[in-house]
Design a protein around this ligand. Structure first.
Ligand code: PHE
Length: 499
């Protein structure tokens, strides 16, 4: 039988009666343990050896553990210092600590373990050593010494040392090899080392040598180093997927400025100028010249809606309306500003129903940072314009949209927006925590919004949070897992957005 050299060496070094570990075989054959392991697996596949696997734990002292094994545990040093200073009586803490020459974090370590192990009591700044305590019988000290000497120790003490981070445990798989009957037979019949080559070269071909050599087998199951290239962020991947889904549902994409006039962000939406969301607390105002390019007649109609209302029973806010305020620039707090631009005819001309538009873009809010809020996030904006729309159309659209992402249990809750009536908040169930989380806001635009824009039919609209959709899809519960420097890199590396 002809086998690759490394296998022949292992076969010769293995025994039919005694188990040999990989380490022993590596030493006996003067080969690297990885090479021996590879050879052993191949030999096992050929039935020439059998392999048993056991896991063994090894314990290693940390740097701190080594230090205490050499120079006493901090609590022992504290105890001895207390005895020295006070002759068995209670002594002021500062004095004992000074005498023990413990410093930095070791002081706290010493104090907490001193009390835990009954070396004495600490009361009103005084430390009273217990005369009966015996530092020479300290189990943890003895265990550290034993480990340093390569001996094993009791599991409970080991747990304790591990919780103090004085040791770390490692698990290893130990493989032991014995020759099988076939292995013994093969050896008796004679096993030769075959020269193996791992690639075909022009020389092998021209010399004709290729006919005699043994080719190394490919092991397609071998572990290979993981190559990590650049990759699209899952937020982007999901945004692209959302765009595909909405395009598939017949929507066209809107584009527009991140920094926009308050007119488009709020006034068109019938948001009173003294609405709390329009104060400097909530918006990111920009110190730049006001926006000039806003149609005058539209400004007039919007102003009129705010002051006098729309329609026969309409009533406005009767509060002052400032054109300067409307033209001032801020970062958009929602992408509904884009919907206003498109619905007004300002972007792509007058639109005849039916129409469907969307955007998946960033918005900016001066929120307090927490697991579900950031200063910027992505909104999935959208609207449908048609002659007769009902709330059922709105709900059906969401059901269809979210079903593309495997989410089928959307819930609706009545809500209030100054610009829609009726309005609904959307909720979805978090796959890990089971909690209902808010995922969006929606409604039918009011007359006060549509008439000034010149729209005469119904428009249903929404703003959904892209990050919340991701939470439902992937189960993370902190938005900072996908945004910013605290991102969960494994999540970003391993998650693939399915198409
Ligand atoms: N602008 C709303 C928000 O940011 C979303 C929305 C858009 C609601 C359109 C109704 C209609 O929460």
């Amino acid at each position: 039988m002809r086998l690759p050299e490394s296998q022949v060496a292992v076969l010769n070094a293995a025994s039919a009666t005694d188990e040999r570990t990989i380490a022993q075989l590596a030493e006996a054959t003067d080969q690297k343990p990885e090479t021996v392991t590879g050879a052993v697996f191949d030999l096992r596949d050929e039935g020439l050896v059998s392999v048993t696997e056991t896991t063994a734990e090894s314990v290693e002292l940390t740097d701190e553990g080594v230090q205490y094994a050499e120079e006493d545990l901090p609590e022992v040093r504290l105890y001895r210092a207390a005895l020295d200073v006070g002759d068995g009586d209670a002594v002021p803490m500062g004095q004992v600590i000074g005498a023990s020459s413990l410093g930095g974090p070791q002081v706290d370590i010493a104090l907490s373990n001193f009390a835990r192990k009954g070396y004495g009591t600490i009361d009103s700044g005084e430390l009273a050593p217990d005369a009966d305590a015996d530092p020479d019988a300290d189990e943890e000290a003895a265990a550290l010494a034993a480990l340093a000497a390569g001996e094993s120790v009791d599991a409970d003490v080991l747990d304790q040392l591990e919780s103090r981070q004085l040791v770390v445990r490692h698990e290893r798989t130990i493989r032991a090899v014995t020759l099988t009957d076939e292995g013994v037979t093969a050896l008796m019949e004679g096993v030769e080392a075959a020269e193996t080559v791992d690639r075909l070269t022009p020389e092998l071909l021209t010399s004709g040598e290729w006919e005699d050599v043994e080719f190394t087998e490919y092991n397609v199951e071998a572990d290979a180093p993981e190559a990590r290239g650049g990759k699209k962020h899952i937020l982007r991947q999901t945004a692209d997927r959302v765009k595909d889904v909405l395009t598939g549902m017949g929507f066209a994409e809107m584009e527009g400025p991140h920094a926009d006039a308050d007119f488009w962000i709020n006034d068109c939406l019938f948001m009173p100028q003294d609405h709390p969301a329009r104060t400097h607390w909530d918006r990111f105002a920009l110190d730049v010249p006001p926006m000039e390019d806003i149609p005058e007649d539209l400004i007039d109609r919007v102003r009129d809606a705010h002051l006098n209302g729309v329609g026969e029973d309409g009533d406005g806010y009767h509060s002052p309306w400032s054109e300067d305020f409307a033209r001032a620039i801020a970062l958009r707090g929602h992408t509904t500003s884009l919907s206003m631009r498109y619905l007004s005819g300002h972007e792509v001309g007058e639109l005849e129903p039916p129409q469907r538009y969307f955007s998946v873009e960033k918005v900016y809010r001066n929120d307090t940072l927490d697991p579900t809020h950031l200063l910027e996030f992505y909104q999935i904006e959208g609207w449908v314009m048609a002659e007769d729309l009902s709330v059922r159309d709105l709900m059906g659209t969401f059901e269809e949209f979210y079903s593309h992402f495997g989410i089928t249990d959307i819930q609706f809750k009545p809500h209030y927006n100054p610009y829609t009536e009726p309005s609904f908040e959307l909720f979805g169930r978090h796959p890990e925590t089971g909690e209902l989380i808010e995922i969006g806001n929606s409604g039918m635009f009011r007359e006060e919004v549509l008439r000034p824009l010149g729209v005469e039919c119904d428009v249903m609209a929404w703003g959904l949070a892209l990050e919340r959709l991701l939470m439902l899809m992937y189960g993370f519960d902190d938005i900072r897992d996908v945004h910013g420097t605290l991102c969960d890199l494994d999540l970003l590396r391993e998650t693939e957005v399915l198409k």
